[in-house]
Design a protein around this ligand. Sequence first.
Ligand code: CP
Length: 314
Amino acid sequence: MHSPVLINKDILSTKNLNKQELLAILKAASCMEKLVTEKGVCPMLTDTLIAFLFLEPSTRTRLSFEAAAERLGAKTISVADAGSSSILKGESLSDMVKVVAGYADCIVLRQSAMGLAETVAGQIAIPLINAGDGHGQHPTQALLDLYTISKELGKLESLKIALVGDLKYGRTVHSLCYALLPFQPEFVFCAPKDLYMPSAITNDLKSKGVCITEVESLEQALQADVLYMTRIQKERFPDQKQYELLKGSFVLKKELVLQQNKDVLILHPLPRVDEIDTHVDELPRAAYFRQAHNGMYVRMALLAMVLGKDIPGL
Ligand code: CP
């Protein structure tokens, strides 16, 4: 079936995606997973060129997008760090994106300024996918998080989701809150005092009827259906002394999970530093590596959908 819902659409924030679009993406990702499992590749973008502009470090997002494009048969061009581009000579991102839009059919962009992806997307005619804009949004991560929750728990509706760690600078949790919004979530926020969820997001969610509880311990956060751990975002701190004070605030241990709630689904966008002890990896519900793997299917779905391709099985 043709997937008209996202054709030529920019993917900038999960705030802009409605429930129908979210469910269509998850369905398309499931089709992509089936196709890759059965055939390895699904060459439906052979007439397409995709530009990857990664001006901030990335492993998962960049490589899963590139793997997605390769499996779809697309041609690609890429900038893997700002230092190898003319940004180093003082070129603006706006100029760079306008130039690249003349070469490609779709741009995937990661850069450090919150809101700038939306600004530059408005200046070009081809779709732009925000692959992380500073401490703003990371919508494709939230979509793969949704896909993972749905696969692991068999549902998305009415879940209690605990978000732990750096809720101030962590763009993945900002996007995940809005991606879950149409599914009647209950949120538990667990963060050091200086790294609370921005009040603009908390107030917005509350104004939409979402129940939010703020807790101070991992024991309390573990009483949820999903425990979403995050890294303290060292690179976003204006003062590294403050980072040193806050790092290690919450460290999840296997024994604590077994003692408090062995059934909790444990997610993390990765990379992790020290907030999940490696022994937690042994638990069957520790799903963060499966979560990263799912990113490729979700990004295959997004690329095919924004470029208006038919997805077999959809
Ligand atoms: N989760 C995530 O965005 O990882 P990378 O920074 O490695 O892309």
